[in-house]
Design a protein around this ligand. Structure first.
Ligand code: AGP
Length: 613
């Protein structure tokens, strides 16, 4: 999705802005641009394509301004083109704006402005913003220092939709004004300089001290101070948050790609997720949760709502939570949930999982549950992200920044965190014998070492990937939690290798999909549940008989000679096995994509954080 960067300081702004945009590239975009304040005028440079193409524009090297705003655009209104790229300026070229999100009523505003003599050059929703700011600015007869701010606020009062906005003006060459609603924006504090971004990693190399903005906050950002205002433009105080991630954690650290680095980080990220939340011989605890037996006993169900990989983490842990807590768990796709009338009420605990914490559908689904009286719990990886501000409770995965579009370490952290949550609730409820919970805790503690064992030898996975990388279709099958992880394995393959694949419950094969199996179709199966092992093996045999190439991930004692390739993983309780069995599937997709020469970190048509519908 789109990305925002800004700088107010004493250095030349343009190289800093470009550096920030490059760090946002992983979000996906189709054009880029920046504006700086030069002597009494604004310079605007933009281009279709990569951020680096801005360096080909000769004017860039002439920019001396020390204040600027910049943007990577992912087209929503109007095709990718120079004219549709941000920043957008008003007709008089007094104001320049970059914007993330969508102004839903832009058409009405465009008609209003056109009737008031304004012209539009682009097809974007964004172009109404600088023109509306100009409109209100020119109507304001009070020429005090807050006139610029008032014009921005008046314009925002007219917007329906979501936005994070940076505005500069040639009339106020000492400041950037920013505001947000339902779209992320942070301010990084430096020595005689301040940085702005939609994403923390973009400015992490400059500072670790951040201000996180709430919806409808307005901020005047100068090089040496900031003024914060609420929606009525009354001054407010904000406190600085120290973000522990260091800059190198957000870089590739010697790995060829972010995705590979993040796959290999999983033993570490799981240790962080566990933290001090579980202890042997002591009750589990979440600093930010205060669930009581009375509250948990009153629940009629738990709804887990999310998108994509995060939703798969919900499917993977549904069985564990039901089994330990004896509460029904429904897992829902956020984009479906938000548009139906789900039967939920104050007796429903609604859990929302989102790595980024900015996924539009997940946030909207959370708001719906709140309006129906549910208590809402957000699970996110990004501190202070939008979803965490909406939810009644938040628990963080602490997986560290995930840059690759394909989610890997966030998934395993979500699975582990939900498992710990299940244990925590079962302890309060008293629904599971304590020795069972203690055993599960031990298994969770052992996960990082077991993950490391899987990561230590990937040669077999690499070889099998090489063998099948030219395939057009593949299947991922499993039963129980192995089915859940098959869905995730299939999504990983699709998104980074562009190979069509389907995740199926093994028992469903005979109800249709087996018709698609022919000579050399690759079928990947996961077998980690002893009770379901025989049945799962029979299903793999059924496809093998029809000519399928079989790749099996297992920790069961099976006759390897019956399959084309077997990856053995350490034994693990099947309730938490997805956190381990997914790793060979992540690597399988990764090596196939590499074999095909694809950009694994930035797959086509995808963005890291889906902040619009
Ligand atoms: C995962 O590989 C995908 N990129 C995608 O499905 C992702 O999990 C989904 O968009 C949800 O994102 P979130 O966790 O940030 O809400």
């Amino acid at each position: 999705m789109c990305g925002i960067v800004g700088y107010v300081g004493q250095k030349k702004a343009s190289p800093i802005l470009i550096d920030g945009l490059l760090k946002l590239e992983y979000r996906g975009y189709d054009s880029a641009g920046l504006s700086t304040i030069e002597t009494n005028s604004i310079s605007n440079i933009k281009n279709k394509g990569r951020v680096n193409s801005l360096n080909d524009i000769p004017e860039l090297s002439t920019l001396e301004g020390t204040i600027g705003i910049a943007h990577t655009r992912w087209a929503t209104h109007g095709k990718p083109s120079v004219v549709n790229s941000h920043p957008h300026m008003d007709n008089s070229k007094t104001f320049s704006v970059v914007h993330n999100g969508i102004i839903e009523n832009y058409n009405d505003l465009r008609i209003f402005l056109t009737n008031n003599g304004y012209n539009f050059l682009s097809q974007t929703d964004t172009e109404v913003i600088p023109n509306l700011i100009h409109y209100y600015f020119s109507k304001d007869t009070n020429n005090d220092d807050k006139k610029f701010l008032r014009a921005v606020q008046s314009a925002c009062n007219d917007f329906k939709g979501s936005y994070a906005i940076e505005v500069i003006s040639s009339l106020y060459p000492d400041r950037v004004i920013v505001t947000r609603k339902d779209s992320p924006l942070v301010i990084g504090i430096g020595e005689n300089e301040n940085h702005i971004s939609s994403d923390i990693p973009a400015i992490l190399s400059y500072t670790k001290d951040f201000y996180l903005l709430d919806d409808n906050n307005y901020v005047e950002i100068y090089k040496d101070h900031l003024n914060f205002y609420n929606s009525n433009l009354e001054k407010i105080e904000k406190s600085i948050k120290n973000i522990e991630w260091d800059a190198t954690a957000a870089e590739k650290d010697g790995y060829e790609d972010y995705m590979l680095k993040e796959i290999y980080e999983q033993p570490k990220s799981i240790r962080e997720t566990i933290g001090s939340r579980i202890k042997l011989d002591a009750p589990s605890c979440f600093d930010d949760l205060n669930f009581t037996k009375e509250y948990l006993s009153s629940l009629n169900k738990i709804c887990i709502v999310a998108c994509g990989t995060a939703m798969h983490a919900g499917i993977a842990t549904k069985t564990l939570i039901e089994h330990l807590c004896n509460i029904p768990v429904e897992v829902e796709i956020a984009s479906e949930f938000r548009y139906r009338n789900p039967i939920i009420n104050e007796k429903t605990l609604a859990i929302y999982i989102s790595q980024s914490g900015e996924t539009a559908d997940t946030i909207a689904a959370l708001k719906l549950a709140k309006s129906k009286g549910c208590k809402t719990l957000a699970i996110s990886n990004v501190i202070g992200s939008s979803i965490t501000r909406e939810a009644d409770y938040t628990i963080y995965t602490h997986a560290g920044p995930e840059i690759a579009v394909a989610s890997t370490k966030a998934y395993t952290s979500q699975v582990v965190l939900l498992s710990i949550l299940g244990i925590y609730m079962a302890e309060i409820l008293g629904t599971t014998k304590s020795y069972v919970l203690e055993d599960l805790k031990k298994e969770i503690f052992e996960l990082p070492n077991k993950m490391q064992t899987v990561l230590n030898d990937v040669s077999g996975i690499k070889n099998f990937a090489k063998l099948v990388h030219k395939e057009k279709d593949m299947f991922f099958i499993g039963r129980g939690t192995d089915y859940a992880v098959s869905l995730e394995g299939s999504l990983k393959l699709k998104e980074i290798s562009y190979i069509h694949s389907e995740g199926y419950a093994s028992g469903e094969l005979k109800h249709g999909p087996i018709a698609l199996i022919e000579d050399n179709t690759t079928v990947v199966s996961v077998i980690t549940n002893e009770d379901l092992m025989e049945k799962s093996i029979s299903n793999v045999q059924e496809v093998a008989t029809r000519g399928a190439k079989t790749f099996v991930v297992t920790n069961q004692n099976i006759d390897k000679s019956r399959f084309d390739y077997v990856v053995e993983i350490p034994p693990v309780n099947s309730l938490i096995s997805p956190a381990l069995s997914v790793i060979p599937l992540q690597l399988f997709s990764y090596y196939i994509a590499k074999e095909k020469g694809l950009d694994v970190d930035k797959p086509r048509n995808l963005a890291k954080s889906v902040t619009v519908e």
